[in-house]
Structures are given as structure tokens and as C-alpha cells.
Design a protein around this ligand. Structure first.
Ligand code: ZN
Ligand code: ZN
Length: 265
């Protein structure tokens, strides 16, 4: 899983620097109003992305997955290898994914007897560089320390998970799609907005107190938070998320539902 993440990351990195994205026009006032009201800055349904390039990235990651599953037998490796599509079909998948509609993805997966999670991973991982490019252009104009939810202020996708940053200890989340990071108050449920201290709490696993599950008894959702205070090296949250999968099991056993998401988890 670790190697797969690294390999996908390298493909994304290579494309990221060459991507040309059309930025939505946003005035300072609009930015401030949208951030305050919790409306994503980028209207995903209005985006026009380079589908040819999207398809190129998708096929490259597909080859990677097919190579990795080859030799392991199993029908999924075969199904991945046979995945093919034209620009028009890719355009449809991309458009639906941006609108949050997964039906065409499900149809395509069914058609190939492919696990829809794998197709979702492909689409997500191929879309991410575009969104990261766009977010990167916006970041210098944004004050992102006033977040109030687990949805990305830039693109609206759910966070991967979060960490308490070194220095001021602020609880910072990272977007699962555009990689934007934003700060949030600690005594607040990021899913239902509850600030009732009797409803908010923590779960741990074993002796490790630096990796916590922030739970909300009101909406029964949780988010994983790793304490990075006093830690100098940068945390890679998609990897931390994989590494802390045991916390998801702890939370599920206690009846809590994961409020975050990644294409890999
Ligand atoms: Zn985002
Ligand atoms: Zn809640």
C-alpha cells in the first residue's frame, strides 16, 4: 500500500507541474464571503478541465495498478488491464465525479466486472493534480485558519484526517482531493457543528495518546487526529491515515461512523 501510494504520488507530481488550469474569477470579497459561509471557493460543477490530460494520467495509473496486480492471479488484475475509454467517456466520468454523482462510475465498473473502488481510486487520483494545481494558485490569497467543518474550503471534498500542528497546536485538516490544509477549533464537531462539551470526546488505542479519535456523541461521527506538537518532520496525512487504520476499527466497534474519506482507504 505504501509503495502504491508513493508510485501514484510520483505520477501525480510529474503531471502537476505541467498542468494548465483555468482559474475561476474570484474577487477578494467573494472569497471572504464564501469562506465565512462555508461555500467551497471552487464551483466544481462549472470546471472545465483538460480531459485529454486527465485520461493520460488515468491510463498511466491504470498501467501501474495492472502491473502490480499481474502475477497475483485474480480477476481484478485482468479487469484493470482491460480498462480502456475514449475522451468522451472520460469526460462524462469526470463531469459526474465533479458533481458528486457516482452512477456512471458504477456502470463502467459493472461493465468490466471491476471493483468500483478501484475505478474510483483511478478517477480520484487522476483528478487530484488538477485540483491541487488550482488550490495552489488560490492559497496565497486565503486565510484558512477559521475552518468550521471537515469539508474542504477550496473544493468541498471531505478531509483525509487531521493533526495538531506544532507551535500553536491548532487542529489542522487536509483535503483528500486538492490537499489544501485548514485550521479548525478543537472543541467543535466538524460534522454537525456541536460545541457541547458533554457530547465531544476522544478515543485512543492502547498506550499511544498522540493518535486520537475525536468523537461526537450527537451525530456519532469521528475524525482521526495525530498530535504533531513538538515534532519537527512534516506529517504525510494520506500515509498517516493508512497507518492508523486500527483506529478506524476501534471507532467502528464503538458505533462511530467515519466522517472522512480518501480514495485509498
Ligand atoms: Zn479540497
Ligand atoms: Zn457531531
Amino acid at each position: 500500500m505504501l509503495r502504491l501510494y508513493r508510485d501514484i504520488f510520483n505520477i501525480q507530481r510529474r503531471h502537476l507541474s505541467r498542468l494548465d488550469v483555468e482559474m475561476p474569477a474570484l474577487e477578494e470579497l467573494q472569497i471572504r464571503a464564501r469562506l465565512e459561509e462555508g461555500i467551497p471557493l471552487v464551483d466544481r460543477s462549472a470546471l472545465r478541465l483538460d480531459t485529454q490530460r486527465f485520461l493520460e494520467i488515468l491510463m498511466e495509473i491504470k498501467e501501474l495498478l495492472a502491473r502490480r496486480s499481474r502475477g497475483k492471479g485474480g480477476a481484478q488484475g485482468e479487469a484493470i488491464a482491460t480498462l480502456d475509454m475514449g475522451v468522451e467517456e472520460a469526460e462524462g466520468l469526470l463531469r459526474d465525479r465533479l458533481r458528486g454523482d457516482f452512477r456512471s462510475l458504477q456502470r463502467k465498473a459493472d461493465e468490466l466486472s471491476l471493483n468500483p473502488d478501484i475505478l474510483n481510486l483511478l478517477v480520484h487520483a487522476s483528478l487530484a493534480p488538477f485540483m491541487q494545481r488550482m488550490a495552489g494558485k488560490l492559497h496565497p490569497r486565503l486565510d484558512l485558519d477559521q475552518g468550521l467543518s471537515a469539508a474542504c474550503p477550496v473544493c468541498g471534498e471531505p478531509a483525509v484526517m487531521g493533526f495538531n500542528r506544532d507551535g500553536d497546536g491548532m487542529r489542522v485538516l487536509e483535503c483528500s482531493l486538492c490537499s489544501t490544509r485548514w485550521g479548525t477549533p478543537r472543541m467543535l464537531c466538524l460534522f454537525c457543528g456541536s460545541t457541547d462539551q458533554k457530547k465531544l470526546g476522544y478515543l485512543f488505542a492502547g498506550e499511544d495518546r498522540t493518535r486520537r479519535i475525536h468523537i461526537c456523541k450527537a451525530c456519532k461521527k469521528y475524525i482521526k487526529i495525530t498530535d504533531c506538537q513538538g515534532r519537527t518532520e512534516e506529517i504525510v496525512l494520506p500515509l498517516e491515515d493508512l497507518f492508523t487504520a486500527y483506529l478506524d476499527e476501534v471507532a467502528a466497534r464503538k458505533g462511530y461512523e467515519r466522517g472522512c474519506r480518501t480514495a485509498l482507504s
